[in-house]
Design a protein around this ligand. Structure first.
Ligand SMILES: *Cc1c(COP(=O)(O)O)cnc(C)c1O
Length: 369
């Protein structure tokens, strides 16, 4: 699902002050809701800055270098959002009239406002995402176009890891390699929407570079589980990143004293990455507690990373909007996917006590009234 306020219950809580120190703040709508840590706020206040469009903001340069090193890629560019990173990547790999192959439940296909088509003139070829977030290799092969003037030119494959709409499913390095082999065989490029690639790396216990080594480019988000307030990084080859910088400028994403933001990103990479496995453990505990309730079943059992996708039994006579309303009174923020399905996202600001309160809230809300 998109990481937005869309969905049942949006707007039910009104304007809020900064609640980062409020113990009652339990927001499971997404990991995009994470506030910056005190260390980030301090780093931001003290950040050394320049003008990043002139290429002389030292903090942005430091973040880009660090990101490229982590991905074991030659270069990186700091962008305003994951959406901008994916769009700049597609614009830099493709020409107008080219076609990209991507999952029909991928974020780029569903939740990026059709930017690749609207702004890039790029055609999308969506093939089914399997329940584990993968695309079947046969489906990818079959989607690659022959050289025929009737057809758009197949140019790029886009994968997503972890796969948001598949419950936070994790793609393995072996799978990435198999897709990369197909891309190479046909002269296509491979882009990874790695918004949550650090979550995938924590689950698999492999460095992120092992998940990025088979791709031509990767985007990752600093502002989700890693808690930075703003920003993503797009990584790839030098020349590709130069094109992406131009695309970023075209998109209005050339920011000036962006070091203020990049400073938080550096803390995210240095300090927050190793904590993600704690989110995963808490997501599992949340899932176990919820599954023990008669009205609830899990879509992914156990949850693969930091998301819990659950279903309410329609026979229980309770809908997601009832749940949202009742738990809202306990200070717990949730959104629905539809009448009976929800996604709960665990992140840095959800501690053990919060998990207990959420389970208790669901227990009270789902008993027959
Ligand atoms: C959040 C997300 C993005 C980018 O989102 P922004 O809100 O634009 O930063 C991209 N891909 C996936 C899979 C995501 O979950």
């Amino acid at each position: 699902m998109p990481d937005t306020k869309q969905g049942a219950g949006s707007g039910a809580w009104g304007a809020e002050s900064d609640q980062q120190t409020d113990m009652n703040w339990i927001d499971l709508r997404s990991d995009t809701v994470t506030h910056p840590t005190p260390e980030m706020r301090q780093a931001m206040a003290q950040a050394e800055v320049g003008d990043d469009v002139f290429g002389d903001d030292p903090t942005v340069l430091r973040l880009e270098k660090l990101a490229a090193e982590r991905m074991a890629m030659p270069a990186a560019v700091f962008v305003a959002s994951g959406t901008m990173g994916n769009l700049a990547a597609v614009l830099s790999h493709c020409q107008r009239g080219d076609e990209i192959i991507l999952g029909d439940k991928s974020h780029t296909y569903l939740y990026e406002a059709g930017g690749v088509s609207a702004l890039g003139g790029v055609h999308t070829r969506a093939i089914p995402n399997q329940a584990d977030g993968t695309l079947r290799l046969e489906d990818i092969q079959a989607a690659i176009r022959a050289d025929d003037e009737h057809f758009p030119i197949s140019r790029l494959i886009v994968l997503e890891n972890t796969h948001n709409s598949s419950g936070g499913a994790v793609l393995t390095p072996d799978y990435m390699d198999s897709v990369s082999a197909i891309a190479k065989e046909h002269g296509l490029k491979l882009h990874l929407d790695g918004a949550r690639i650090f979550n995938a790396s924590a689950v698999l216990r492999v460095p992120v570079s092992a998940l990025a080594e088979s791709v031509d480019s990767v985007t990752f988000c600093l502002s989700k589980g890693l808690c930075a307030p703003v920003g993503s990084v797009l990584c790839g080859a030098e020349e590709f990143i130069q094109r992406a910088r131009r695309a970023r400028k075209q998109l209005g994403g050339g920011m000036r004293q962006a070091g203020i933001l990049a400073a938080a990103g550096i803390v995210a990479l240095d300090k927050m990455v190793d904590l993600l496995s704690e989110d995963h453990a808490r997501a599992r505990r949340l899932a176990e507690g919820l599954q023990a309730l008669p009205a609830i079943s899990l879509e992914q059992d156990p949850p693969p990373s930091n998301m819990v996708y659950l279903k309410l039994d329609p026979k229980a006579g309770i809908t997601t909007s009832d749940i949202i309303q009742r738990l809202g009174k306990d200070g717990i923020k949730l959104i629905a996917r539809d009448e009976y399905r929800m996604r709960l996202v665990v992140h840095y600001w959800i501690d053990e006590a919060a998990i207990d309160r959420v389970i208790q809230g669901f227990a009270r809300a789902t008993v027959a009234s």
